[in-house]
Design a protein around this ligand. Structure first.
Ligand code: SF4
Length: 327
């Protein structure tokens, strides 16, 4: 059973009169995703593809104009109401910039305890014990609890943010580019820490990143987004070994040591959700586009191996007849 379920979710923002047609910006356009308890779903795509908005929808921080979001079988309550605030103890988020997420005026230990105070969990003594355990769990020494955010390194700050996110023992965590601001050497440490904690706590996670290399280390399922829609979804080993959507093929070909042939360079500009082309949104940058691609948007279809792909050129026979990495 799904812990978190997004069904046909649409999120639009205000109109831009400067644009021809003045259309609303559709950041998320009919996304359906399901995350089981203890499962990690990696959401990948370029900046502006709608993955962060999807994360906010999954947490109920935003309300979709169409479709539905369910948590533990219940409809997500309206944001910031009493029912939603009560749920927040079970759903947490880790952002890209730990310095922005932390209060510079409060010691780290006080901030890690904050969610426990807000949700009235435990006595002061029990909270202190929990904070000490969380500091240990994220690999921070107890002496660091008395320090302020500016006295920590970038990696230590993100570990502190992670400790605070885990304080209430949430069932669901959204991590939005949690290591993108860290040095590469520190990224690996934080990812490993996150993987250990996820397994130990049985956390369901929506892990958002522009980087497939990072996502594949954690995710049991990868969903690739392009211009507000999921274009391919499947198990990491299958998607990485044999990407079927031309956009996924380009992303995989950019992973060092992963591509067997020539790297596929994406032509054109990154997508602008305010300027959605007719037909397949990827068509202006797709090296395989056909006339029908510019006229009709491909549906997201399920293949026999459980993968889902939205491309006119990928049919039921894709897994047996299409060579890996071929268009
Ligand atoms: Fe490319 Fe056409 Fe497939 Fe879109 S539907 S990804 S344009 S081949």
């Amino acid at each position: 059973m799904s812990l978190v379920e997004l069904s046909g979710v649409v999120r639009e923002y205000g109109r831009r009169p400067s644009l021809a047609g003045g259309g609303a910006v559709r950041a998320v356009d009919g996304v359906s995703l399901s995350i089981a308890a203890g499962q990690v779903l990696g959401l990948v795509g370029e900046s502006g593809c709608g993955k962060s908005t999807t994360g906010r929808l999954a947490l109920g921080l935003e309300t979709p104009q169409a479709g539905s979001v369910r948590f533990a079988g219940q409809a997500m309550p309206p944001p910031h109401g009493a029912a939603w605030r009560a749920l927040r103890a079970r759903m947490q988020m880790v952002f890209q910039d730990p310095l922005a997420a932390l209060d510079r005026r409060l010691p780290i230990a006080t901030q890690i305890a904050e969610p426990l105070v807000i949700h009235a969990i435990g006595t002061p003594g029990e909270r202190a014990e929990r904070v000490a355990a969380l500091l240990r769990a994220v690999g921070l020494g107890p002496e660091l609890g008395g320090r302020f955010a500016h006295e920590l390194s970038g990696g230590q700050r993100q570990r502190a943010v992670l400790a605070r996110a885990l304080a209430t023992r949430p069932a669901f965590l959204v991590c939005d580019e949690p290591v993108a601001a860290l040095d590469v050497s520190i990224q690996a440490q934080v990812i490993n820490q996150l993987a250990e904690l996820q397994a130990a706590e049985g956390l369901a996670m929506l892990f958002i990143s522009h980087d497939l290399r990072v996502v594949r280390q954690l995710a049991e399922v990868i969903a690739v987004m392009y211009l507000g829609r999921v274009v391919e979804q499947g198990r990491p080993d299958a998607v990485l070994a044999r990407p079927l959507h031309p956009y996924t093929q380009a992303l995989v070909s950019a992973i060092p040591g992963k591509h067997r042939g020539t790297r596929i360079i994406l032509a054109g500009e990154p997508p602008d959700p305010a300027r959605r082309p007719p037909g397949c949104a990827f068509a202006p940058r797709c090296r395989l586009a056909e006339p029908r691609c510019h006229a009709t948007a491909p549906a997201l279809r399920s293949l026999p191996d459980g993968r889902r792909v939205a491309c006119h050129l990928v049919g039921d026979d894709a897994l047996s007849t299409r060579p890996a990495g071929a268009g």
